[in-house]
Design a protein around this ligand. Sequence first.
Ligand code: CUA
Length: 312
Amino acid sequence: MWRHLFPVEASPEARELDWLFLGLLAVTVLFLVLVFVPLLYFSIKYRCGSKADRSNPSSGSDLLETGWTVFPTVIGLGLFGWGAALYFKQQNPPANALQIQVVGKQWMWKFQHAEGAREINELHIPTGKPVVLLMTSQDVIHDVFLPAFRVKQDVLPGKYTTEWFTPTRPGAYPLYCAEYCGTLHSKMGGRVVVMEPADYERWLVSEGPRATLAASGEQRYRDLGCSGCHDQRGTVRAPPLTRLFGRKVALQDGQIVLADERYIRDSILLPASQIVAGYENLMPSYQGRVSEEEIMEITAYLKSLTEGEAPP
Ligand code: CUA
């Protein structure tokens, strides 16, 4: 019955979150009753002029004191543990998730599939597999809010954020921007279309033959001249990128960082910020010369070079 009050649950994660919400609601109602029922009862019983027995007032009870300290503590910690477990799950997308790249800009959402399909304000995804959105903004802060999957995450310029869910129910679900981002903020939305895997495959084909994201990335890599230095044939000595993605990189300043999407993006736009140990600071910044989508393509290309290899 109560489910009618909620948006549809289109993923198992949505259901888990609803249970947490109901758990919190139940505890809140319990304490509301525990406090307000006696409060009402005593205010009537001991109202001014009533004949209630006022002799021998209570001077305290250890049992009661212990009870109302221990009982709420246990409940509070239980809720904390429950919420934290779900939070950590939400913050850690499964490794086998289908990655969709998302760029927000005033005032539209752009989506890129690994197979090469591109969409605006509409996202097609298959059922039965976790989907992770790798998101960034081209201008101001936006926020991808998908009520049917109970996920909502800010999309920030200069940074990647993610959100993931496992769509299990075919259908079309609303997509909103949930961060005020200018005049047309309220129009910045669209829909997520969840399809059976076979329908999804057909949809990908119907989008026409396209270069995969990794292939477009390789093209950019050559066009922008990255290959000139990084392909080990040139005269400039630059770190090789073929076995980079997902590995640990030692930097000149002694730090060890993971070569993930963020690292690659920063290395393209702010190359001087992370010099690989043993190399010189020679690379120019590509700020303004490469778009967020192109960076995501290049990242997909570098990722494809290490795909299927076990990390060291
Ligand atoms: Cu984008 Cu609000």
